[in-house]
Design a protein around this ligand. Structure first.
Ligand SMILES: [Zn+2]
Ligand SMILES: [Zn+2]
Length: 94
């Protein structure tokens, strides 16, 4: 699996928070919603563009991970919760 690092800002389609990209950002730091834009993480090659809802959070090897599910095609992906992400939102899903 390749990870292509891209820095880009994006505005969350769910809560309108403007997220400053750091190259790893793939979900909103406030509500943890993501968007189905990647085939491999970071490639932005996916044409689905469905909203990906945060379903649950789990502690894996000492770090939180969030499972996002695409509402359009039901694709699911686990992603690490980042230091800037909202802890209350994270904990409410765990
Ligand atoms: Zn959001
Ligand atoms: Zn999708």
């Amino acid at each position: 699996m390749t990870f292509i690092k891209k820095k880009e800002d994006f505005k969350c389609d769910n809560c309108q928070t403007v997220n400053v990209g750091n190259g790893y950002t793939d979900h909103c730091k406030t509500c943890l919603w993501s968007k189905h834009v990647d085939i491999d993480p970071g490639d932005r090659e996916e044409k689905c563009l469905g909203m990906m809802k945060p379903m649950e959070c789990r502690m894996v090897n000492g770090e939180y991970r969030v499972r996002n599910k695409c509402l359009s095609c039901r694709f699911e992906r686990w992603a690490p919760v980042l230091p800037n992400d909202d802890m209350d939102t994270t904990l409410s899903l765990s």
